[in-house]
Design a protein around this ligand. Structure first.
Ligand SMILES: *Cc1c(COP(=O)(O)O)cnc(C)c1O
Length: 393
């Protein structure tokens, strides 16, 4: 090994710097709160996925502490050897009940859940049909299989139909979409997709990472929101966003769970959650049912903040959820807007290529149930000031 072998890294980093896309990690000092301290500055926090404030909820903390005292800090094995603890299975029963499915299986993260389920279900000679804006973990999960792949235009049911028609000859077809799209905050047309999947005999899979805890009764997700129980074969989601802890799940039939136990590589080859994680998620499910007012506050804050941004003249795209992008165009401008907002006391992450197309670079905002009107007004004032300064509005 020589130092020179790694010189390419300097080229990559220099090129990012030239384009204004080079980032340092922001460091959170303390808790993930609606107003929080990052890099020594106290800011209104519009960047976390802590939709309902569960990441800092006392009942989740206490559950994690109790499980740690009772059961230890780690499981010390993969699920398929010695790492299936009764608390993992209790969580899976609770999740299945919550999602109104026969069964569920929990993974280390939402990312791992997508890799696990896609790798279990898709074989050579199959085809997967995927929305062009699906999450990276779906894309990577597909890449790790030998199945053929088709991409349909974002939320375009006509294009999906065309793809399904082209793929009629495949014996096994899988249609996959995010429920809520993470960069635009728009919602997939699930009833229409379910009809098409039925018609063409395709397996239907929905990733509800940004919808669990946000949509549907008590946060049961988009399947519940659209009344599609029993019509979506594979529900994926995360336990790391609104649910407040860490992990991912696949909810569906018992035989799907059985298949994954034999095939899902993140389950077979990576250690299961510490008991504290399972315990905090069980507590989160209790809180979702016991404190539905959190979801109401989330939606009240969402409409207040979104209409405020629109009134100021910002382009918020197609968002219908607590994720509101402020689309500005070039990546460098999005990063500049984000930096200036931070100086004005607001943390909203700049997002550019390759996460979104270069000409759709943006600052992404996510409000939570815990934000007060004062905090949201402060954020809107900063957006107005900096937006004018940078000639965005
Ligand atoms: C965040 C996200 C994931 C990954 O979930 P993690 O638990 O953070 O790994 C998967 N899918 C979608 C759509 C997401 O937004």
């Amino acid at each position: 090994m020589t130092a020179r072998a790694l010189d390419f890294i300097d080229d990559v980093l220099d090129s990012l710097k030239e384009k204004g896309l080079y980032r340092r990690l922001r460091v959170l000092e303390g808790e993930q709160l609606p107003t929080a301290r990052f890099d020594g500055r106290t800011v209104v926090n519009l960047s976390s996925n802590n939709y309902l404030g569960l990441a800092t909820h006392p009942r989740l903390r206490e559950a994690a502490i109790k499980a740690t005292l009772d059961l230890g800090v780690g499981s010390a094995s993969v699920r398929t050897i010695a790492g299936t603890m009764s608390i993992h299975e209790e969580l899976e029963r609770r999740l299945a009940e919550f999602k109104r499915t026969e069964s569920s299986l929990v993974f280390q993260s939402g990312f791992a859940a997508n890799l696990g389920v896609l790798g279990s279900v898709l074989e050579a000679d199959d085809v997967v049909i995927s929305d062009e804006l699906n999450h990276a973990s779906i894309i990577d999960g597909i890449r790790l299989t030998k199945a053929d792949r088709r991409i349909y235009a974002h939320r375009d049911v006509g294009d999906l139909k065309r793809a399904l028609e082209e793929c009629k000859e495949y014996k096994k077809k899988l249609v996959v979409t995010d429920g809520v799209f993470s960069m635009d905050g728009d919602i997939a047309p699930l009833p229409e997709i379910a009809d098409l999947a039925d018609h063409y005999g395709a397996i239907m899979m929905v990733d509800d990472a940004h919808a669990s805890g946000v949509f549907g009764q008590n946060g049961r997700g988009t399947i519940d929101h659209f009344g599609l129980h029993g019509r979506v074969d594979i529900q994926v989601g995360t336990l790391s966003k609104a649910i407040g802890a860490m992990g991912g799940y696949v909810a569906g039939s018992e035989r799907l769970r059985d298949l994954m136990i034999h095939r899902a590589r993140p389950l077979l080859f990576s250690t299961s959650h510490p008991p504290s994680v399972a315990a905090s998620v069980i507590a989160a499910l209790d809180v979702l049912v016991a404190e539905p007012e959190r979801i109401q506050r989330l939606w009240d804050n969402t409409s207040y903040f979104k209409s405020g941004l629109r009134r100021l003249g910002f382009d918020t795209g197609r968002s219908e959820t607590p994720i509101t992008p402020v689309i500005v165009g070039k990546g460098a401008l999005a990063m500049k807007l984000s930096d200036r907002l931070f100086e004005e006391g607001v943390f909203a992450q700049g997002i550019g290529y390759p996460t979104v197309p270069e000409d759709k670079s943006r600052v992404r905002t996510i409000v939570t149930a815990g934000h007060t009107k004062d905090e949201l007004d402060k954020a809107l004032d900063a957006f107005e000031k900096v937006g004018r300064e940078l000639a965005i509005v």
